[in-house]
Write a protein that binds this ligand. Structure first.
Ligand code: AMP
Length: 119
């Protein structure tokens, strides 16, 4: 499946759709999820066109990968998530429930989040 340049996060990266920005640098953009599932719910996306975790981890350059995760770490600091803890989630494909086909991680926190998955 090729990368869809019209997915909603590609539009956010191009500035065609607004977002509530937390940080932006050369390799990453972090913004608040529009439909938060926790008191703090942010998304971090790489600047490059990658569909999911496998695509990003296998095809991005080392600079992009390190830059992306350093950006995510800065977002954790800016959101004050490290003190009480948080969860990183990345959904992939149909079983993972991925809705937007541009690689992203969710940063969730602000309360105890409960079980990792439904039983
Ligand atoms: P996923 O299901 O892992 O693909 O997550 C996609 C996430 O994007 C969901 O948590 C949505 O609430 C969120 N989302 C969808 N549209 C927007 C938007 N325009 N701005 C911010 N977050 C969005």
């Amino acid at each position: 499946m090729p990368y869809d340049p019209n997915n909603i996060f590609a539009k956010i990266l191009r500035g065609e759709i607004p977002c509530t920005k937390i940080l932006e640098d050369e390799f990453s953009l972090a913004f608040h999820d529009a439909y938060p599932k926790a008191p703090v719910h942010a998304l971090v996306i790489p600047k490059g066109a990658y569909i999911n975790a496998q695509d990003f981890h296998q095809n991005a350059s080392p600079e992009e990968i390190v830059g992306f995760y350093r950006g995510a770490s800065k977002a954790v600091d800016l959101l004050g998530l490290d003190k009480d803890g948080y969860r990183i989630i990345s959904n992939s494909g149909i079983n993972g429930g991925q809705e937007v086909p541009h690689y992203h991680i969710h940063l969730l926190g602000g309360k105890k989040l409960g079980p990792m998955v439904e039983k």
